[in-house]
Design a protein around this ligand. Structure first.
Ligand SMILES: Nc1ncnc2c1ncn2[C@@H]1O[C@H](COP(=O)(O)OP(=O)(O)OP(=O)(O)O)[C@@H](O)[C@H]1O
Ligand SMILES: [Mg+2]
Length: 415
């Protein structure tokens, strides 16, 4: 442990509806992220991206942080935080300024972005992102980097993402209570897209659907930049609920069955595959065919993909999505979902796993970690990393001691 000195690290915090995740990465001299720590904790304090229980959420953040810190051996103070929920709104705006000195400088770009931002945003909304889409110099459009160009008039088209002040401040309250500072807020699906997309896909046009527990958060890229964001109110929880009812089994076992045997197309299962299904209220476990489970899941998969397709159509961007649709988030892991999507949409569909990181990359190579990993990449792009120091031997034994004490208390309370 003593070989670990203070080095640049970036940490991401994804407070999801099903789980809280903290991922810690170190930043190398060549600006590459190496994952060094991951912590997760179940969370019951969030519903559809919005905090409904401060205590429960704070406790989950603490646990996930502690686990990630112990794994990495570094103590973190600051985190990039993912924000989601149906309080998010996004829209396009434009700004225009006169270019000083007849050549566009960084200051002109800042001014034109400010001008585009200066639209009326109500007091109860917080601006999360102002994403430049394109610039025009003296009417010439399609410019991505105007710095150094000659002209007298600079225009910018931007995409603005806002969220409810109240919802965001409840999120921040939990983070603060867990002893962490917020380095920046990032729209959840934007972070996920950062982790799972290539630049080529963004240039060709693509939509990312982050399928979480409570909802599916969408972001569209056209000509390399964000064109639209939206939320479809279905997620993995709806599948679990259907299974619990359809197979008459408790929610917990429905969740486990879905993860282990779930399949979105009956045609992909065979007659001889069976599984044990726990009964409700002390009833005996039964043996059920995997095909019967797929029969419960198939209509929900079709409905979910229809809702996603509807969103693609309503966005008006469908003809511009040359790279199709990328499904990510925990719920995208359901077997057969990608195949069903390709069949239904006549679009290229793939599953997005977080990439472009080293270190313990295998540990986070799941769609469920796309948001958390993307937060680190967002932080790196903003060159906002802090130096973290190694946790001392005493701190580690203190943490392990406190975990031991919690386990002891738990058993004492039980008997
Ligand atoms: N192997 C799997 N097959 C199918 N579904 C799965 C699998 N693993 C996890 N899920 C589902 O993924 C969902 C959780 O996904 P994720 O971790 O991305 O959600 P979250 O970020 O906590 O939620 P949200 O983004 O909605 O706030 C749960 O509903 C879970 O049942
Ligand atoms: Mg999520």
């Amino acid at each position: 442990m003593s070989s670990k000195k203070s080095i640049p690290v970036i940490a991401g915090l994804d407070v999801g509806s099903s789980k809280v995740t903290v991922v810690i990465g170190t930043v190398s001299d060549s600006l590459k992220i190496d994952i060094v720590g991951v912590g997760t904790a179940p969370n019951t304090g969030i519903r559809q991206g919005v905090v409904v229980n401060i205590e429960a959420t704070t406790e989950s953040i603490r646990k996930a942080r502690e686990e990630a810190e112990l794994m990495s051996g570094y103590r973190i103070e600051e985190v990039f935080v993912a924000v989601s929920g149906n309080h998010i709104r996004s829209f396009d705006s434009k700004g225009m300024v006169a270019i000083k000195n007849k050549e566009v400088g960084p200051h002109d770009v800042e001014r034109v972005i400010e001008a585009a931002k200066a639209i009326a945003v109500p007091n109860d909304r917080a601006v999360l992102h102002v994403i430049p889409r394109e610039y025009k110099v003296d009417g010439q459009d399609g410019i991505h980097d105007p710095i150094g160009m000659s002209g007298v008039r600079l225009e910018a088209s931007v995409h603005i993402v806002t969220g409810s002040q109240t919802a965001i401040s409840n999120n921040l309250k939990c983070i603060e209570r867990a002893g962490l500072k917020t380095a920046g807020l990032v729209l959840e699906q934007l972070a996920s897209a950062q982790a799972v997309l290539s630049d080529d896909e963004k240039d060709l046009g693509v939509c990312v659907a982050d399928m979480g527990a409570g909802s599916t958060n969408m972001v569209y890229f056209v000509h390399g930049s964000v064109a639209h964001t939206s939320v479809v109110p279905v997620g993995g929880q709806h599948f679990t609920h259907d299974i619990a009812i359809g197979l008459r089994t408790p929610q917990m076992s429905a969740e486990a069955l879905k993860r282990k045997f779930g399949c979105s197309m009956v045609s992909l299962t065979s007659e001889d595959e069976t599984m044990e299904v726990e009964g409700v209220g002390g009833r005996k476990a039964r043996t059920v065919m995997r095909k019967d489970l797929a029969e419960v899941i198939e209509p929900r998969s079709e409905e979910t993909l229809h809702l996603i397709y509807n969103d693609l159509r309503m966005s008006g961007l469908l003809p511009l999505l040359g790279s199709g649709l990328v499904l990510t988030g925990g719920a995208s892991q359901l077997e057969g979902l990608v195949e069903m999507g390709e069949f239904m949409f006549d679009l290229p569909v793939r599953r997005g796993l977080p990439g472009k990181v080293g270190g313990l990359a295998e540990v986070v190579k799941s769609p469920a970690f796309a948001t958390a990993v993307g937060l680190l990449q967002h932080g790196l792009a903003q060159k906002k990393y802090s130096r973290a120091s190694a946790i001392s031997e005493e701190n580690i034994s203190e943490s392990i001691g406190s975990i031991g004490q919690k386990v002891k208390n738990f058993f004492e309370n039980m008997f």
